[in-house]
Structures are given as C-alpha cells and as structure tokens.
Ligand binder design. Structure first.
Ligand SMILES: CC(=O)N[C@H]1[C@@H](OP(=O)(O)OP(=O)(O)OC[C@H]2O[C@@H](n3ccc(=O)[nH]c3=O)[C@H](O)[C@@H]2O)O[C@H](CO)[C@@H](O)[C@@H]1O[C@H](C)C(=O)N[C@@H](C)C(=O)N[C@H](CCC(=O)O)C(=O)O
Ligand SMILES: Nc1ncnc2c1ncn2[C@@H]1O[C@H](COP(=O)(O)OP(=O)(O)OP(=O)(O)O)[C@@H](O)[C@H]1O
Ligand SMILES: N[C@H](CCC[C@H](N)C(=O)O)C(=O)O
Ligand SMILES: [Mg+2]
Length: 484
C-alpha cells in the first residue's frame, strides 16, 4: 500500500513522495520488516521513540509518532500524529481490510468472558459460523487456542479478524477490557453492537480513579459504536444509570436487560445448585427458560448475550431458547464435582472484590449448610483490593481460607497478611494445593465450596517462574482422596 493511501489516518497528503510503498505496520521495533511502518508508542514501561533508529535500521518505510516526539530521519518520512495508538489500530485495520461481518464487543468489570462465550454459543445454535475472542483465547469452528491478553493488541487483533473472515466466520463476539479500550486496541473494528455488564473496583493500578476507569469503558459506546447501534446494558448494577445516560448522550440505541430492563426483563428466578428457572418478558411475550448454569450473575450474563444476539438479527425466541443449552465459560462458577454427601465444589475466576461478592452471594440461596471459600490475591497487582476481598470473604462465607494466587515478585506471606488484616477468623494456608485439600475435607452435606481466583488458569506464578497448577485438577484429586 502506498503511504499516500493512508491519508485520512495519517496526515501524509502532499508531504511525502508518492512512491513510498509500505508493507505493514507494527509498534514493536523488533518485529519491523523491510517496508513496514513503525509506530513509536509512549508505553507504560518504555518510550517507543527510543527504538525509532532501530526500526529504521531494520528497513522501516516510515516512522509514526506522537506530536511531541523528538525523532528525525534523513532517509524515511517521520509523521507526527495526535494519537499514535489510534493511528496504529486504524492502519492495522486498513492493512487487514476484512473482519467477520457482524461483530459485537462487551465491556464491564465482570462477566465479559462469559458474555462473549454465550453470544458465540447462541449464534452457533442459530446455525451461524461464530467466534469469540477474550481472556480464555479464541474459539471458532475448528479452532480453540489460548491468547495472552483479554483484548489483543491491534495488529494481532486485525490479523486474527482477517483470518477468521477468511475461514468463513461471519459472527464474532469479543471482550473489550478497559486497558484495551484505553489503549485504542479496538479502534478500527467495525462493531454492530456493544454490551455492558457492571462496574466495580478493578485495575486501580492502571486507572487513577474509578471515574476514569468508567470513562475508559464508555469509549465502547461513544468512540467505537456507530450512532444508532444497539448498546445492551445490564440495568441492575450500581453503575447502570450513569452508563445508560452516557450511552444515550453518545447517540447509541440503549437496550436494557435485567430486573429493571425494558428490552429483556427478568420476572422471576428460581436458583438451583446446577441450574435455574428464569422467566423473561420480551416485547410483551413471556418465556420460561431452564438455564443450565448456577449463580444469579449468570442470568445477567445470559441476558446481555441474548440481547447482543437479538439486536444483531437472531430472532428473540431462538436466542432465548438457546440459553437452555449454554455451557459456562471454563472456570466461571464451574462445577467440578460433589462430595459423597453431595456438597458441590466450584472453581471460579473471582479475583476482584465485586466478583467475589457476587459469587459468594449467588451460592447462598441453595446452600443449606456452610459456604466455604478458598482464595488469595495476585502479587504485582492492585494492593488496595486485598483487605476489601478479606472483608467480603469473612462477611459472606462461613469459612474463609486465604491462600496464594500468583504471588509473582511479591512475598506471599505479606499478600496474605494484607488480606487477613481485614478477615478476622479466616484460616491461612499458603500452599494452594493444601488449602484446597483441607477445604474439601471439611465439607458436610449442604455445604458449598468455591475455589476462587484462578478459574481457567493452568499455572501458579511464584517469582519469575510459572509452575503448572490447575484448580480443577486439585479439586478432582482432593475429592477422590476425600471419598476414598
Ligand atoms: C500495561 C499494559 O497494558 N501494557 C500493554 C501495552 O504495552 P506498553 O505500550 O505499555 O509497552 P512498553 O513495554 O512500555 O513499550 C512501549 C513501546 O515500545 C515498544 N518497544 C519496546 C522494546 C523494543 O525493543 N522495541 C520496541 O519497539 C513496544 O512494542 C511498545 O510499543 O501495549 C502492549 C501492546 O498492545 C501490550 O502487550 C501490553 O500489555 C501487557 C503485556 C499487559 O500485561 N497488559 C495487561 C495489564 C492487560 O492489558 N490486561 C487487560 C485486561 C485483563 C482483564 O482484566 O481481563 C487485557 O486486555 O488483557
Ligand atoms: N455479571 C457478573 N456480575 C458479577 N460477577 C460476575 C459476573 N459474571 C461473572 N462474575 C464473576 O467474575 C468472574 C469472572 O467472570 P468472567 O471471566 O466472565 O468476567 P471477565 O469480565 O471476563 O473477567 P476478567 O476481566 O477477569 O477476564 C466469575 O468467575 C464470577 O466470579
Ligand atoms: N488478567 C488478570 C487476571 C488475574 C487473575 C488472578 N489469578 C491473579 O493472578 O491475580 C491479571 O493478570 O491481573
Ligand atoms: Mg475476561
């Protein structure tokens, strides 16, 4: 592609020789090949402008950087723009030039992975070639692979979307993380609809205030969705009202779901350990749904997913009927087994306060005995959430066991101490395997155990090393020992 064809994204018209030919775009100098455009980003760790010379040496055809960058070159054009991350994403979209026709994105503190997976499953049941992209990776026909970020970097994302389109995928759902939205990773993706689940404390090590965190999430509605596009918003969260308000101001078509929802309204829920009965009203028609998932929050996720599918063309009755066959996303209130006396053991991904609060509250209605929780907090992550999660665990569980969850470079005992400071009566067992074993061993009939924080993860990161570790496997092993 000629550099001048990128006018509109880059201010190149008339400034550079027409013959500058470009082959692709990257923000990583180490990946620059001859003819690529290198975009120098101001990162959170290093300043990408420091690598411009390196990129030039590797054959970059042009360098793009922020307005205040001090880069000069005698050999290649240096183009300064207001927002280099946006320019990177838009160029990546232009080079890829294709994506699945119908794409939706969901944001919120909790529930994104579940909603993305559920939307894909509803489409699949409607006979469509569908994909989902998020924390648990990419799932598409004949493809199921793990990825490292919830919202991939734009160059990788647009490459992936082109691959999916080439493979015949017509519908794709993806997670829009606040980092992804803030860093413009989704810019250039043509979205047909957007979803919002909830907002709570998360990533306070990245976003200075919760308002700025909310602002980042709102980019989905005011910067990415076209005017008039459906915005499916869960109506029962404490952040629903400001979200609905902001989405209306942005000019998108707000469709609310939940107990206070207008588009899909929950009339009644009967909670069970393995499934729940839900009555929904949509456009004056009542639907009885036998949802094969536990946890009130899964009703929210299922409805946001149904809303996204319906608003992008799946008939309401079909989308709601599909909810009866949903499979939970791996590690999200995932029933691994029961003790001989019938006490269920779930593996869950709650690693932030609101998620922990929700998951513990959601098992209470069907727990006649004690709610037992095993959890920890990750190292090198938001330290402020530790006492908050300690308080939640002791308030909502009858037995709280504090253990390790990816201590990374921190001293594990100090992380545990920060949780325990707000968790009087909690039991401390640093070794996660032992913690799970002891929790399973103490279960009686009527109890429920939740092993929270790791969900689908398959490792425990201690220092710089990630040791293989799976909560699923540990629970299975402990259940076997317990019943032997
Ligand atoms: C804090 C954060 O979000 N960082 C992301 C960000 O990196 P950065 O721009 O800060 O990178 P940096 O290391 O400071 O480097 C600056 C620039 O110099 C370039 N560079 C660097 C070295 C070199 O030799 N040459 C060179 O060109 C880098 O490629 C980069 O463009 O942009 C990169 C490309 O998109 C991401 O890979 C990277 O994610 C890191 C790995 C990460 O851990 N991110 C997490 C926190 C994250 O994004 N999580 C969210 C939410 C998770 C959830 O709650 O579900 C997610 O979407 O996954
Ligand atoms: N709608 C919801 N409301 C509150 N908590 C939820 C909701 N959905 C899921 N959770 C809790 O959050 C955990 C993570 O769910 P999920 O992976 O679907 O969310 P996510 O937004 O993708 O999270 P992450 O940002 O960590 O990837 C679940 O295991 C559960 O504990
Ligand atoms: N995407 C999140 C996941 C955290 C999961 C939890 N197990 C932890 O390690 O804190 C992060 O990397 O911060
Ligand atoms: Mg996720």
């Amino acid at each position: 592609m000629k550099l001048k064809e990128l006018a509109g994204i880059l201010p190149v018209e008339g400034t550079f020789p027409d013959e500058v030919e470009t082959g692709g775009v990257t923000s990583d100098s180490r990946r620059v090949g001859p003819g690529d455009i290198f975009v120098a980003l101001q990162g959170t760790k290093v300043d990408g402008t420091a690598y411009a010379a390196d990129a030039e040496k590797r054959g970059a055809a042009a360098i793009v950087a922020g307005k205040d960058a001090a880069i000069t070159s005698d050999r290649v054009p240096v183009i300064l723009v207001d927002d280099p991350r946006h320019a990177l994403a838009m160029m990546a979209a232009r080079f890829a030039a294709r994506q699945p026709e119908t794409m939706v994105a969901v944001t919120g503190t909790s529930g994104k992975t579940s909603v993305a997976a559920f939307t894909r499953q509803i489409w699949e049941q409607a006979g469509l070639a569908a994909a989902s992209i998020g924390t648990t990776g990419v799932v598409a026909p004949g493809r199921n692979e793990y990825g490292s970020l919830t919202t991939p970097d734009p160059v990788e994302l647009h490459r992936l979307l082109a691959e999916l389109a080439d493979a015949g995928v017509t519908h794709a759902s993806m997670e829009a993380s606040s980092h992804g939205l803030d860093q413009r990773r989704l810019d250039g993706v043509k979205l047909a609809a957007g979803g919002f689940t909830n907002l709570g404390r998360d990533h306070m090590d990245y976003h200075p205030t919760v308002e700025e965190y909310h602002r980042a999430k709102l980019r989905l509605f005011d910067a990415l969705l076209p005017k008039g596009a459906p915005a499916v918003i869960f109506a029962d969260d404490k952040w629903s009202a400001p979200t609905i308000e902001a989405a209306r101001v942005a000019g998108v078509n707000v469709l609310t779901v939940g107990r206070h929802g207008d588009f899909l309204q929950i009339k009644r829920v009967e909670h069970g350990r393995f499934r729940q009965q839900v009555e929904i009203e949509a456009d004056g028609v009542f639907y009885e749904i036998d949802l094969p998932l536990a946890g009130d929050f899964q009703v929210c996720n299922a409805l946001v997913a149904a809303g996204l599918a319906i608003s992008t063309g799946t008939p309401t009755a079909k989308a709601l009927a599909a909810l009866e066959k949903l499979q939970g996303a791996p590690g999200r209130l995932d029933l691994v087994g029961t003790t001989a006396e019938g006490a269920p053991v779930y593996v869950d991904y709650a690693h932030k306060p609101d998620a922990l609060e929700n998951v513990l509250a959601s098992v209470r209605p069907f727990t006649t005995g004690r709610v037992v929780v095993v959890f920890g907090c990750g190292g090198d992550r938001d330290r402020g959430k530790r006492p908050i999660m300690g308080e939640i665990a002791t308030r909502l569980a009858d037995v709280a066991i504090v253990t390790d969850d990816n201590p990374r470079s921190e001293v594990p005992k100090e992380i545990r101490a920060a949780i325990l400071a707000a968790a009087p009566g909690a039991i401390e067992i640093g070794d996660r395997r032992q913690a799970i074993r002891e929790a399973v061993a103490m279960l009686h009939a009527g109890d429920t155990l939740i092993v929270a924080g790791k969900g689908h993860e398959e490792g425990q990161t201690v220092g710089a090393e990630t040791l293989p570790f799976s909560d699923h496997e540990e629970v299975r092993r402990a259940l076997k020992e317990h019943t032997a």
